[in-house]
Design a protein around this ligand. Structure first.
Ligand code: NAP
Length: 297
């Protein structure tokens, strides 16, 4: 029987751990972790993400500070806010919701965030720490969520062949770097595929664990998967609803019906990787708070 990986349940487990840790920190040292989320402009999807992040914080005892700036905000104004948040001792994590309006250079903004408060794990200092396997850096949330699911559903991991479809800076590349480390919850043999591969099936059929982050529905079908593989589908694609084209629904990058007949475990979309991302953001905020307050004690 194929296991349908319940990302909501695992995410709730992580949130419970964060809630308990936040309560302990408050009781023992009167410290409340704080996450500042900065939104520039009125993109509805970004507004919804920011609301979800705020709600997620409240539920676990993290103070949420939301900064909603108009679409005309200049890069200088945004950098100045980030400077203030870097200096604010009550803020342990800073997240700037991406994408930013076209007149703002994302790289300059990411680089301005104090790496110790970079809960998205996108700052070059944290990317460097990730590559060399230092444990006091901040790792990006979606790959962290994938790693958590892989560790729970595909262990033992040592020597397993992990194939990743997609090499973006937010999913594929960081996950490859995390999973190749000689560390517990990693130690995999890793292959990364992208659009230059003539036949991705040649690689995906060799995977003990297959992570698909291509952003295209139907990228992986049953004939591209080895019997018994564990499948993590990161894709989140809005497509017309088959019963009513005026509505839409989300599907992953993997043919769920077909592949679930071959795999031992598979994430659904929605309800797989998606809920893990915010849970890992909360966990990262807790980690950042712990590291910062340990230094200042
Ligand atoms: P992205 O920046 O567009 O990168 C997609 C990657 O997949 C690229 O490296 C691309 O190769 C590769 N690719 C695309 N089609 C391919 C194919 N047919 N064969 C082989 N490689 C292919 O996307 P992303 O930001 O990583 O996101 C990927 C998906 O995950 C999207 O659906 C996104 O919505 C979803 N996502 C979900 C979450 C979550 O929390 N659930 C978080 C982040 C992303 P090239 O480099 O050669 O172009």
């Amino acid at each position: 029987m194929t296991v349908i990986i319940d990302g909501k349940k695992v995410a709730e487990d992580i949130r419970r751990q964060v809630r308990e840790e936040a309560a302990r920190l408050k009781e023992s040292q009167s410290i409340v972790p704080g996450l500042a989320v900065v939104l520039v402009g009125e993109d509805p999807a970004s507004q919804a993400y920011v609301r979800m992040k705020g709600k997620g914080c409240e539920e676990v005892g993290i103070r949420s500070l939301q900064h909603r700036l108009g679409a005309q905000t200049t890069q200088g104004e945004l950098l100045s806010l980030i400077g203030e948040l870097n200096r604010n001792g009550e803020v342990h994590g800073i997240l700037v919701q991406l994408p930013l309006p076209a007149h703002i250079d994302e790289k300059s903004v990411i680089n301005a965030i104090d790496p110790a408060k970079d809960v998205d794990g996108f700052h070059p200092v944290n990317v460097g720490k990730m590559v060399i396997g230092e444990e006091d850096g901040m790792l990006p949330c979606t790959p962290l969520g994938c790693q958590e699911l892989i560790a729970r559903y595909a262990s033992p991991l040592g020597g397993k062949h992990l194939v990743i479809v997609g090499r973006s800076n937010i999913v594929g590349k960081p996950l490859a770097n995390m999973m190749v480390q000689k560390q517990p919850r990693a130690n995999c043999v890793v292959t990364v595929c992208h659009t230059a591969a003539a036949d991705i099936g040649y690689f995906t059929r060799q995977a003990d664990i297959l992570v698909v982050a291509a952003g295209r529905p139907g990228t992986v079908s049953a004939s591209m998967v080895k019997e018994g593989a564990v499948i993590i589908d990161v894709g989140s694609n809005r497509v017309p609803h088959p019963d009513d084209p005026s509505r839409s629904r989300f599907v992953g990058d993997v043919d769920f019906e077909g592949v679930s007949r071959v795999a031992t475990a598979i994430t659904p979309v929605p309800g797989g990787v998606g809920p893990m991302t915010i849970a890992m953001l909360l966990k990262n905020t807790m980690k950042a708070c712990g590291l910062q307050t340990a230094v200042s004690r």
